[in-house]
Design a protein around this ligand. Structure first.
Ligand SMILES: NC(=O)c1ccc[n+]([C@@H]2O[C@H](COP(=O)([O-])OP(=O)(O)OC[C@H]3O[C@@H](n4cnc5c(N)ncnc54)[C@H](O)[C@@H]3O)[C@@H](O)[C@H]2O)c1
Length: 251
């Protein structure tokens, strides 16, 4: 018996990185996956990988910053399963820019993808999420919600707001037996960090600042998300789990 047996799980940003790792692990644990991403080819590959390992995944092209795409995605889940048990708001982008040079357009794009999309899916998905009486939302924040580096102020703002939104939603959604938690990953090697980690000095500096001396694996994020999404965490809500090898607590 899998830890998510018979659950319906929607994972955004599932074309690669953490989202793909979560789709693979959740499916191994018995969940039926809706894998959503604006990268249609990538999310198709994720679904193939899940289906080839004996799981069940439906790929959906969806730009989470587009209200029509969100409505179409939720309507497809409603038509196919009539409910949703696990929602993982994982799709995210980053941009490096000095705070004093950030344009309104850059700021808005980060807010739309990293924050507003999670709000919309959690708000508009409520009808589907409350049906089972034991649903779970997992939002992917970051250690950058509370520790900061230069040129990531807009990104940090979205991740701090996502953590705050998770705690606020946890209080309101408890009435519907929906738990809301969030993860704060440290650095992992994915498409998002590829460029910055190619710089060997930056790379070594980050490793030196990580007590456990390595980067996070996407599979480790998947295991943490699995725990929060599963009934094992039935009394945990409004909580953030940091997965950073000790980076954010060490000087
Ligand atoms: N990699 C890290 O070190 C790290 C650390 C902390 C938090 N995170 C967070 O983890 C999440 C996953 O990131 P990742 O590292 O797997 O990076 P990634 O770039 O591999 O994955 C992000 C996915 O989101 C998708 N996406 C971006 N904008 C979208 C949109 N508008 N609509 C739909 N899909 C969209 C991308 O196509 C991509 O598949 C992000 O929210 C990121 O901020 C990453």
């Amino acid at each position: 018996m899998g830890r998510l047996e018979n659950k319906i799980a929607l994972i955004t940003g599932a074309a690669g990185g953490f989202g793909r790792a979560m789709a693979l692990e959740f499916a191994r644990q018995g969940a039926q996956i809706f894998a959503a991403d604006r990268n249609e080819a990538g999310v198709g590959e994720t679904a193939d990988l899940v289906n080839n390992q004996g799981g069940a995944a439906t790929p959906v092209r969806c730009d989470v910053s587009d209200t029509d795409d969100i409505a179409a995605l939720l309507s497809e889940i409603e038509k196919t399963f009539g409910r949703l048990d696990v929602l993982v708001n994982n799709a995210g982008i980053t941009q490096r820019e000095d705070f004093r040079h950030i344009t309104d357009a850059q700021w808005q794009e980060l807010l739309d993808v990293n924050l507003t999309a999670a709000m919309r899916l959690s708000r508009d998905g409520l009808k589907l999420l409350k049906i089972s009486g034991a649903s779970s939302i997992v939002n992917i924040s970051s250690i950058m919600e509370r520790v900061h580096v230069r040129q990531l102020s807009a990104y940090s703002t979205t991740k701090a707001a996502l953590a705050g939104l998770s705690r606020a939603m946890a209080v309101e959604y408890a009435a519907f037996k929906i738990r809301v938690n969030y993860l704060c990953p440290g650095y992992a090697e994915t498409a998002m960090t590829e460029r910055i980690l190619r710089n060997s000095a930056v790379r070594q500096g980050l490793l030196d600042r990580t007590p456990l001396g390595r980067f996070c694996l996407p599979e480790e994020i998947a295991m943490a998300a699995l725990f929060l999404a599963s009934d094992e965490a039935a009394f945990i809500t409004g909580e953030g789990l940091t997965i950073d090898g000790g980076m954010s607590i060490s000087l």
